[in-house]
Design a protein around this ligand. Structure first.
Ligand SMILES: Nc1ncnc2c1ncn2[C@@H]1O[C@H](COP(=O)(O)OP(=O)(O)O)[C@@H](O)[C@H]1O
Ligand SMILES: [Mg+2]
Length: 434
């Protein structure tokens, strides 16, 4: 900042970089600029929150510009207007009242042309807009620098003093460089913001898809149970009754009776199949008795026919979670048990459910051949990997974590844990029997 008061310099556009004369002063000036620049750059580096960048950037600049006031105006794309986003030492009335079209007033021109401006006294500047606000704020010396990213101007940074002739061209030069730095940081923060938004939308969509899929499975399961399954057991009973009647009435038509018996056993078989499908879609026990019972039942039905011995253990006091949470956890069990059935060649498997006041966790282990977890990095074209991937997603949606650990020749463990919050908890102390 200028220490002396030079009299009559005309307000106008500063040419950054030509503010000082004499090589000693110049070197010192450049050094000062570099220090200032690196100070701001260090302060905002690593920040990806736009408001934090602007706030911290401005505070650092004003710290360097001893006693100055100022603010950062950003260009609102849809309206093409500049608004103050952060300010220091300016009244709210000023900052809120000051909005400029591109090309309007001093800052509007800076934003339009992308060139910095130094005014010795803005209160006598014919081009300034909102002169009433400027005078009531008693602003005099004024610098406005563009905040640029690539070729577009994102906004301006204004620094002002209550004294005229307060700033040098060297100050403009320094602020101009800082403005470039801030521009890049703002652009990056906006990209980050957009990315975060996109990711958030995707997650929401994926979660809604899972919820819709779950609801659809539940609906089909119910329909199959209420219609198909009931009819099949009706037919099976009917056939059984016919067989009995024929036997009692001494009907000797062996072919007829054999036919009836065949039909009856086929019906029982189809009924069993349908029950299996229903249970895979959405087991009724999940709703009535909860996760542990459903896991126990599912594991037995799936693994016992393969001669894999399976135990289900509950630690802590069992509690119920909302249906979507229980359904998601059940899918994890289903996926892991399916993998044990299909890939493990295990003799034994175990499911452990641990209920703690703050956390629920789940472990599904087998003593099978194991696999190299590091090789499953993506969902393959064949669908291989989807089971593990969707498990991670489902648990992630509930704010939990999950993992797979496996040792070749020793076996595999799939684990998941979710925090118990008001969202996940809805009723305690429901116990289930085997
Ligand atoms: N318990 C397990 N024992 C041995 N290998 C397993 C086990 N669980 C998963 N795997 C391996 O990880 C792969 C990916 O599993 P997953 O994502 O469920 O896909 P998929 O079962 O459709 O192949 C499996 O193909 C298998 O090679
Ligand atoms: Mg699988």
């Amino acid at each position: 900042m200028k220490e002396d008061k030079r009299g009559n310099r005309a307000a106008g556009q500063a040419d950054p970089g030509t503010g000082r004369s004499g090589s000693g002063v110049e070197v010192e000036g450049h050094y000062h600029d570099l220090v200032a620049l690196s100070r701001v750059s260090a302060a905002i580096s690593g920040l990806d929150d736009l408001d934090a960048i602007l706030r911290i950037g401005l505070d650092n600049v004003l710290g360097i510009m001893n006693g100055a006031v100022g603010g950062i105006m950003l260009l609102d794309e849809p309206s093409q207007m500049l608004f103050y986003r952060v300010y220091r030492g300016l009244s709210a009335r000023y900052a809120e009242g000051m909005h400029l079209k591109l090309g309007e007033g001093v800052a509007g021109k800076v934003a339009q042309d992308g060139r910095s401006v130094l005014l010795e006294d803005i209160s006598s500047e014919p081009d300034a807009a909102y002169m009433d606000l400027i005078s009531s704020e008693d602003l005099r010396a004024f610098i406005s620098v563009p905040l640029r990213a690539k070729n577009s101007v994102l906004g301006v940074m204004n620094v002002a003093s209550h004294m005229p002739h307060r700033f040098t061209k060297g100050d403009v030069h320094m602020l101009h460089s800082i403005g470039d730095q801030l521009g890049i940081a703002i652009e990056q923060a906006r990209l980050h913001e957009r990315l975060r938004g996109a990711r958030e939308r995707l997650r929401k969509l994926a979660r809604q898809n899972l919820a819709a899929e779950e609801a659809e499975r539940r609906r089909i399961a119910r329909e199959l149970h209420d219609e198909t399954s009931q009819s099949l057991s009706g037919i099976a009973l009917q056939l059984e009754a016919l067989i009995e009647i024929s036997a009692r009435s001494g009907d000797q038509d062996a072919q007829f009776i054999a036919g009836l018996k065949k039909a009856q056993s086929l019906t029982v078989q189809v009924h069993r199949e349908v029950s299996r499908v229903i249970s895979n879609l959405h087991p009724a026990v999940l709703d009535t008795l909860g996760l542990a019972a459903a896991a126990r039942q599912h594991a037995k039905t799936r693994l016992q026919p393969l001669d894999i011995e399976v135990t289900t253990e509950v630690q802590g006091t069992e509690m119920r979670f909302p249906p979507d949470v229980e359904a998601a956890l059940f899918r994890v069990v289903q996926g892991a048990i399916g993998n044990i059935a299909e890939h493990s060649m295990a003799k034994k498997a175990s499911i452990v459910l641990v209920y703690q006041p703050e956390e629920f966790s789940l472990r599904i282990s087998d003593d099978g051949q194991g696999f190299d977890v590091s090789r499953i990095t993506d969902v393959e074209e064949s669908g291989r990997g989807r089971g593990l991937f969707s498990m991670r997603e489902r648990i992630g949606f509930m704010g939990g974590t999950s993992g797979v650990e496996s040792t070749i020749g020793e076996g595999t463990t799939v684990w998941a844990r979710i925090p118990i919050t008001q969202d996940t908890e809805y009723g305690k102390n429901k116990s289930t029997g085997d």
